[in-house]
Design a protein around this ligand. Structure first.
Ligand SMILES: [Zn+2]
Length: 273
């Protein structure tokens, strides 16, 4: 993978489809490989794109919906069997999932004594950055799970905390939206120029996104996680982008696409099979 690039391994929403995998991005920034979300089939797609399981420095899970986390155990398994990893892997996730994922690792026999590395589950804290080498990652809370908290989370004592990620290194800034409840959730991450905004379009309307981006400085906008309805109307989406001044800097993500931050461009680097 080229440095300062994002590889899109899964660009689907939560509905299974034949043409797109579930949410998973691999960011390579300042020499660090960071996996953002681990939707299925993350490990298979990483192998297909020759991502080195031993070189991944951190994994960050935006929230605990299955389309963002269900591939994690297989990625850990691949780090063991494929990469023979010996270094600890930090996995950042909402605090409410730590005990469950610890048990899942044990339940699927991924004991540190066996796999020879530790999976360090670390809680995300809104507004509190963590470092992956020289990369600074700041999680911000979104409202994506507000209704789910009301429907069943509160009575079970589950916080239902989703996050977006603001990332910076070497003077470059990018944002990955995770899942949103409203385009306004982006506000805290939009207070300075962005080299790249990767934004979902399953839970917010594209119209509300472009309203939010009015007068903001975003060099390249990549739309991902499109609902099936929006995916089927890509021409309308690109026309909307054009009307809002994004004609030459809005891309609809598809699986296998790589975006370079500098210079801003996209390419598909799928391995020949
Ligand atoms: Zn999702």
């Amino acid at each position: 993978m080229a440095d300062d690039s994002i590889l899109f391994l899964g660009t689907s929403d939560a509905v299974p489809g034949w043409d797109r995998s579930h949410a998973c991005l691999v960011a390579r920034l300042a020499g660090q490989i960071i996996v953002l979300d681990c939707g299925e089939p993350a490990a298979k797609n990483m192998a297909f794109e020759c991502v080195d399981f031993g070189a991944i420095e951190a994994i960050a899970l935006s929230h605990l919906h299955a389309d963002h986390v269900a591939g994690l155990l297989q990625v850990i398994t691949a780090m063991w069997l494929e990469a023979k990893r010996s270094r600890e892997i930090p996995v950042y996730l909402p605090a409410e999932g730590i005990e469950t994922f610890r048990r899942l690792l044990d339940t699927t026999y991924l004991f540190p004594e066996l796999i020879k590395f530790n999976v360090d589950l670390r809680p995300l804290k809104a507004g509190e950055p963590f470092a992956v080498g020289p990369v600074r990652v700041t999680p911000h809370r979104t409202t994506h799970l507000d209704s789910i908290r009301r429907i069943g989370g509160e009575r079970r004592g589950i916080a239902c905390e989703p996050f977006l990620f603001e990332m910076g290194a070497n003077g470059k800034r990018l944002v990955y939206s995770g899942d949103l409840g409203s385009a306004r959730d982006l506000e805290p991450a939009l207070d300075g120029p962005l080299d790249l905004l990767v934004c979902e379009c399953a839970h917010i309307s594209p119209e509300s996104l472009f309203e939010m981006l009015h007068n903001r400085s975003v060099k390249h906008l990549v739309l991902t996680h499109l609902s099936r309805t929006i995916w089927d109307e890509q021409g309308r989406l690109l026309e909307l982008a054009r009307r809002h001044g994004y004609a030459d800097r809005c891309t609809i993500a598809r699986d296998g696409m790589m975006v370079n931050l500098q210079p801003a461009r996209c390419s598909t680097l799928r391995r020949e099979v």
